[in-house]
Design a protein around this ligand. Structure first.
Ligand SMILES: CC(C)(COP(=O)(O)OP(=O)(O)OC[C@H]1O[C@@H](n2cnc3c(N)ncnc32)[C@H](O)[C@@H]1OP(=O)(O)O)[C@@H](O)C(=O)NCCC(=O)NCCS
Length: 180
């Protein structure tokens, strides 16, 4: 199941395995994203408030540009290879104030109908490769609320180990890390 590396353009997949691909987001993903953002995603990643269509379109455009320009903080779309449908997003982030040089924070969300098939775990593995293909990485980080058992399980399935806990403006978070 060796992932296939593709040239990076705004339309092609970045990486894929035998079930999913990662690809840059586009404003045309707004309908799928709007429909897929359930309470769990809004609570865990959306700051507790649902986003409007125009906010989502702006967010998609920001991420499309960030990918195209090699930006530090970017979400990629997770695509189901069988149907070509967008299943969710995986965030690849460096340079945030809580990260040290070479640390990459990963975030992920699956729209509800795509949960329970291992797609988030696959997306994390591909995102780690996508990050390393762009610039050197020392360590990957996933931060999850202690009660977000689904997220912690994704990280552990992807080989991350608990390495600490913080309690600050971002709330109480378990840190799971994976050496690059
Ligand atoms: C976190 C989130 C992405 C996890 O989704 P998920 O579907 O549970 O995770 P995966 O896609 O890796 O799938 C794992 C599940 O599929 C099952 N599965 C089926 N086939 C599988 C396979 N081939 N490989 C791995 N798991 C498989 C696993 O057993 C597991 O199910 P279980 O929890 O009932 O044991 C999802 O709950 C979500 O979007 N939450 C809201 C956003 C969020 O909290 N993000 C994290 C912020 S830190």
């Amino acid at each position: 199941m060796d992932p296939v590396q593709h040239h990076e353009t705004t339309t092609q997949r970045v990486l894929e395995d035998d079930r999913i691909g990662l690809r840059p987001l586009a404003v045309s993903d707004a309908d799928a994203h709007l429909a897929g953002c359930d309470e769990a995603i809004i609570k865990r990643l959306g700051g507790g408030e649902p986003s409007s269509r125009s906010q989502i379109e702006a967010w998609l455009e920001t991420n499309a540009r960030a990918w195209a320009s090699g930006g530090d903080v970017v979400d990629l779309g997770i695509e189901d290879l069988d149907t070509g449908l967008l299943c969710g997003c995986v965030g690849v982030q460096r340079g945030l104030d809580y990260l040290s040089t070479g640390q990459i924070n990963l975030t992920y969300a699956l729209y509800p109908q795509w949960r329970g098939h291992g797609y988030a775990t696959r997306a994390v593995r591909l995102a780690m490769q996508a990050a390393q293909a762009r610039r050197p990485v020392v360590e990957f980080v996933i931060r999850a609320a202690p009660d977000n058992l689904e997220s912690i399980a994704v990280a552990e399935r992807a080989g991350f180990e608990r390495s600490g806990q913080t309690d600050d403006a971002d709330g109480e978070l378990i840190w799971l890390t994976h050496q690059a």
